[in-house]
Design a protein around this ligand. Sequence first.
Ligand SMILES: [Mn+2]
Length: 422
Amino acid sequence: MKLAVIGDTHLGTKWGTPREGDSFDQAEEALRRAVEEGADLILLLGDLFDTRSPRPEVWARAMRIFTLPRMGRGRMRLVEVLGKEEGEISPLSLQGVPVVALHGNHESRTEGLKNPVEVLEAAGMLIHLHRESVVFEGPGGRVAVHGMSHVPERYSKGFLQTWDPRPVRDAFNVLMLHQSLGRYVFSAEETAGLSPEELPRGFDLYLCGHVHYRAESTAWGRPLLFPGSTERTQLLPVEASSRKGFYLVEGERYRFVELETPRDFFYEEVDAEGGEVSSLERRVRERVEALLSGERKNRGKLPLIRLKLKGKLGKGRKGDLDDISLVEEFSGRALLVVSKEDLSSPQEEARREVLERLRDVRSLEEMTLRLLEKQLAELGYSYGLEAGSLCTLMMEGKEEEVEQKVRAFVRRMVEAELEGER
Ligand SMILES: [Mn+2]
């Protein structure tokens, strides 16, 4: 029995740009090749679409792609459904090569509203799982697919625990999720609510979407696979160094099938090295020319080149660097994405310092407190009068109490002065 495992396809991403066809080309290739390779079941790990309400143009292209497995040669029979009402499963989705899918964070909608993956289910294109399981039987035996669609990271552990999926006896058990998992996260800003050690044990294969780069790990001694997205969405260095594709799994064995449709992607960092804007622009041009004349895999599409400019300009402002003209200049030969966030200049540096100092003072209350502390320190008498508590009292509107404290403080101060004179 052969399973095809496809990660986030993000259909419709980059709509209205020269890259708007990419997500469709790659999803189409993945599904078509899964069918051609003889997959008995296709598993989609969520974020099929880039948005929760795709436009009709995206739907039209998506429908043609999801029709492909319906026309494949199917050998699987649905034998059991757990947690799901059988009426939700269209007989059409059991024809050809069945597709079982999760929805991802990009498709999540409020409870009670239909998300686009559920719409595909209603159209008989696939079976949608959210804390539910389906069991199929084919020539190679039984396979039980257990799936939890995306939930906010802080709930993932709890939702998984209350669902409490159990492996089905005498079947090859697959557990699929769309979450960050331990050190496998979508981005550095995200913290996983669940780690691979916290996954329930006893499954033969663990699959996870959401993470956009391909990764392989283990959970309870079994493979834990992250096929990664079929489309490049983040343009990070990790996406430049890894290929896009999907997994074919047969029992204990699995292999990664590389896609041929993705355009080449290069990630380059160019340091200003204290030079002028014109010299940085010249170095950017040289770097792009070198990439364009170098080794390429897909010459049928313009390559995507992300240029991360960094370091400090000797003079001028980074606004002087005309990235729009650069993008234009190469538009017939490459798709350039220029990021200037990590580039700085003497002027911008000074402005950043002021902003940082302002950020230090987090609120008006804090500013008041600082002033009060400073003035008390200048008086040289700190005992009996603590700026923090005075400030709190004032904020709470207890001016009378503040006045009493200050009076008592002044009295003690005067007494101390007199004491000293005696
Ligand atoms: Mn995604």
